[in-house]
Design a binder for this molecule. Structure first.
Ligand code: TMP
Length: 200
């Protein structure tokens, strides 16, 4: 037996972190063991990525991020995701390779980003939490704190377009992708995600 691998994706401010926690709680209520995780990870490569996302002096350039995210992902899969699934526990990841395809293709050709991610495990279900760019920006603003490098209107609009394009391509090759309206009360979003998981 192998556990199931669920991925939540969406723009910054889409609410994937909240929804990942809620989905985990729901699956646990049904007796599943669930590991919640996220990318970038808290591991060694993930820490370097966070410095770059915050725009810190001396951090790697954003042009280098496709390789950094791919390295972090390889480490994530080896250290945590694969062993967890192998012992029949479920994994919920807040972001995965779809984020690389959508975000890193702003700076590098999409085909390059695809090829860096081509060999990674395909999730059992990817849930895209769709929220309009303006709503995401308002949430980012309300949250306060340091603005990360992608948290700007024009970029988020371009990333949303890329997301829809790449998700379409992945769906065409047979990946399971669910689209959920994230611009709704949080309980409604949660219910839609549960329904998608139940049907997967
Ligand atoms: P988060 O912690 O709010 O999810 O922020 C992570 C940021 O990193 C977010 O702006 C999306 C970005 N990101 C990428 O650009 N590529 C990736 O592969 C991943 C996993 C995240």
């Amino acid at each position: 037996m192998s556990g199931r691998f669920f991925v939540l994706e969406g723009l910054d401010g889409a609410g994937t972190t909240t929804q990942a926690a809620r989905l985990a709680a729901h699956l646990r209520e049904h007796g599943r063991e669930v590991i919640e995780t996220h990318e970038p990870t808290d591991g060694p490569v993930g820490r370097l990525i966070r410095q770059a996302l915050r725009g810190e002096e001396g951090a790697v350039d954003r042009q280098t991020l496709p390789w950094m995210f791919a390295a972090d992902r390889a480490d994530h899969l080896t250290r945590l995701v694969e062993p967890t699934l192998a012992r029949d526990a479920d994994v919920i990841s807040d972001r995965y390779l779809h984020s690389s395809l959508a975000y890193q293709s702003l700076d590098r050709p999409l085909d390059l980003v695809y090829s860096l991610n081509a060999d990674f495990r395909v999730p059992d279900l990817t849930i895209f939490v769709r929220v309009p760019v303006d709503v995401c920006l308002a949430r980012i603003e309300a949250r306060g704190g340091v603005r990360e490098i992608f948290e700007k209107r024009e970029q988020l609009a371009a990333i949303l377009e890329q997301y829809l394009l790449v998700l379409d391509r992945l769906e065409a090759r047979g990946d399971s992708i669910a689209y959920v309206n994230g611009d709704a009360p949080v309980d409604e979003v949660e219910a839609a995600i549960r329904a998608a998981v139940a049907g997967a």
